[in-house]
Ligand binder design. Structure first.
Ligand code: AMP
Length: 136
């Protein structure tokens, strides 16, 4: 299911990448089309589609690498802030089906917008809350 994504090819060294960092479980490299310079992707070495199927340990390793790198990327780029993002499934913008966390340097006035917020109509928050809580 997850074989032969472009990120597997990067892990195997079949296509080049600007490697930022690597440890036993994770690999980090510059995004080829950065939101700002220094935009980095952190991936698990184990092929895993996204957060909807990743196991707890693998995700823990990925997020530990994100935690380790984020302040260093902020300092190195002179960014004012950092967005952390994961797109899961096409409806959420996922294009490469190997879990990856975006570390995105942000600058005051860089013009990038966060997603717009909607409003709940009366009762809608409780309905969705109950649906979520039933599964916990
Ligand atoms: P997503 O929409 O979350 O699946 O994001 C995929 C990301 O992978 C995009 O931001 C792309 O710019 C990035 N990307 C695709 N191919 C490469 C590559 N060969 N090297 C580095 N980043 C890539």
């Amino acid at each position: 299911m997850n074989e032969d994504t472009i990120f597997e090819k990067i892990l195997k060294g079949e296509i080049p990448a600007h490697k930022v960092y690597e440890n036993e479980y994770t690999f980090a490299f510059l995004d080829i089309a950065p939101i700002n310079k220094g935009h980095t992707l952190v991936i698990p070495k184990l092929p895993t589609r996204n957060i909807l199927s990743v196991d707890q340990k693998t995700f823990g390793h990925v997020m530990e690498t994100v935690r380790f790198l984020a302040p260093k990327i902020k300092e190195a780029t002179g960014a004012d802030g950092i967005n952390i993002g994961i797109n899961n499934e096409p409806a959420a913008g996922q294009v490469v089906f190997h879990l990856h966390v975006h570390i995105m340097p942000r600058f005051i006035g860089d013009g990038k917008k966060l997603w717009p917020g909607k409003e709940y109509l009366a009762g809608e928050a409780d309905i969705v809350l109950n649906s979520i809580k039933k599964l916990l």
